[in-house]
Design a protein around this ligand. Structure first.
Ligand code: AP5
Length: 217
């Protein structure tokens, strides 16, 4: 159920962007935002991984970029988002996770959807590698775990998987791509008065509480 007061009472039909470096905790925090706002999560990373698993031409094209930790070309990503935003559930706005990541993507998004809030989860680079290398995913539920910070229940431990790009070499390439191509968007959105920053370098629940305070304000 959509909340009836606070930020989103005045921002129905508008979208939110969840922004931050790889491993910042975007996927971890997305569920709670979806629950609080009723807006569906649109994760370009998840969409690309689904295309790859299905063996579609798009997935096969994206594979080499993703496994190397490089950004997939803008035209591919923008096409994917344009198609996704045609679906019925996108009509009240969505929660973008991992999109936009370049200025051309942000410019394309401005033509497709109205963004009312960009939540930037800030985490220093030296925290990122340990988070990414220790991440494990449950392929049945999509739930995200970490071998130290969020261990999975023992009964599902056998089925956990590690993403192919969750290795140290690819993470360092992803961080470079973030700093060169994505982080300039923070200034871009800040100048539009849309950016809210959150300290992502604290316990997951505390990050969630900061995000809730922004959403409920
Ligand atoms: P994508 O899937 O979007 O990956 P990403 O942005 O690199 O982000 P991650 O999913 O790695 O991290 P996250 O912030 O969601 O962190 P999480 O919550 O899992 O993209 C993958 C690839 O697809 C890209 O490299 C690119 O090739 C391509 N791509 C996707 N979108 C694109 C686009 N728009 N344009 C071009 N190319 C695109 O948390 C990480 C770990 O840390 C977990 O184990 C978690 O348990 C743990 N953790 C979370 N929060 C905390 C905390 N507070 N304290 C301790 N541990 C924590």
């Amino acid at each position: 159920m959509l909340i009836e007061k606070g930020y989103f009472a005045d921002n129905m039909g508008q979208s939110i962007v969840l922004f931050g470096p790889p491993g910042a905790g975007k996927g971890t925090q997305a569920d709670a935002i979806v629950g609080a706002t009723g807006k569906p999560q649109v994760s370009t990373g998840d969409m690309l991984r689904a295309a790859l698993a299905a063996g579609t031409p798009l997935g096969l094209e994206a594979k080499k970029y993703m496994e190397a930790g490089e950004l997939v070309p803008d035209d591919v990503i923008i096409g994917l988002i344009e198609e996704r935003m045609q679906q019925d559930d996108a009509g009240d706005g969505v929660l973008f996770d991992g999109f936009p990541r370049t200025v051309p993507q942000a410019e394309a998004l401005a033509e497709i959807a109205e963004v009312s809030l960009v939540i930037s989860i800030e985490v220093p680079d030296d925290e990122i590698v340990g988070r990414i290398v220790g991440r494990r995913m449950d392929p049945e539920t999509g739930d995200i775990y970490h071998i130290t910070f969020k261990p999975a229940p023992a009964e599902i431990a056998h089925r956990l998987i590690q993403r192919k790009d969750d290795n140290e070499e690819a993470v360092r390439t992803r961080l470079t791509a973030y700093h060169d191509q994505t982080s300039p968007l923070a200034k871009w959105y800040s100048e539009k008065g849309l950016l809210a920053t959150v300290n992502g370098n604290q316990a997951m629940d505390d990050v969630g509480a900061e995000i809730s305070a922004i959403i409920d304000a």
